[in-house]
Ligand binder design. Structure first.
Ligand code: URA
Length: 213
């Protein structure tokens, strides 16, 4: 039975359907973990059902929570710029997150992002599985450790594996790279530019891999 316990989580149960709209409607009512209580809404993935590439982030942030769309805040803006530079049209890509509710804690008037834990990621995973089952992308791109670890397990290290085409049970071809928000946290302009270029180069590798599949 659901409790008020913050740790409470059980796997979500997406409907068995070929309609993304029906899965989205069910996800909007998800109470599989406690995160729905503080979030404004479920932020489900968006993009074409036949997208050749699926980008998976960690969880919606403050802006996404309010707008109800993934990657529309500062991290999304830098990601969009990098996608364009890599020759990838965001409109053609399916964009989603490993966790579909914004996890945050109050600090004064601000809502501070909190990293989802393994139980929350596991509770939300059936939604990601449903998106993968319906979209069947040629390539899944994990943006950052949370997305990559939700696919490959907690010992996966993005720093070791970034830019390589890997395989998993969930998606035959997966490429992991850094989360775009890590570019915003670089300590100086030089490292910001260097890391941005590496990110664009990983996205170019993703475009090539999606084309080859
Ligand atoms: N960070 C994410 O991982 N996903 C979003 O949608 C926005 C920021």
């Amino acid at each position: 039975m659901p409790t008020q316990n913050d740790e409470y989580a059980r796997p979500a149960r997406p409907p068995d359907t070929s309609s993304l709209a029906e899965v989205l409607a069910a996800a909007r009512k998800c109470t599989a973990c406690h995160l729905y209580k503080r979030a404004t809404q479920t932020v489900f993935g968006e993009g074409p059902k036949n997208a050749p590439m699926m980008l998976v982030g960690e969880q919606p942030g403050d802006y996404e929570d309010v707008e109800g769309k993934p990657f529309v805040g500062p991290a999304g803006k830098i990601m969009d710029r990098a996608l364009e530079e890599a020759g990838i049209d965001r409109i053609q890509v399916y964009v989603t997150n490993a966790v579909k509710h914004f996890k945050w804690e109050p600090r004064g008037k601000r809502r501070i992002h909190k990293k989802p834990n393994s139980r929350e990621i596991a509770a939300c995973r059936p939604w990601l599985e449903a998106e993968l089952r319906l979209v069947k992308p040629k390539l899944m791109v994990c943006l950052g450790a949370t997305a990559a670890q939700s696919i490959f397990g907690p010992s996966f290290r993005v720093t070791r594996e970034r830019g390589k085409v890997l395989s998993s049970k969930l998606a035959p071809r997966v490429l992991a790279t850094v989360h775009p928000s890590s570019l915003l946290r670089q300590p100086d302009e030089e490292s910001r530019q260097r890391e941005y270029k590496r990110f664009v180069s990983d996205l170019r590798a993703a475009l090539k891999a999606a084309g080859e599949a």
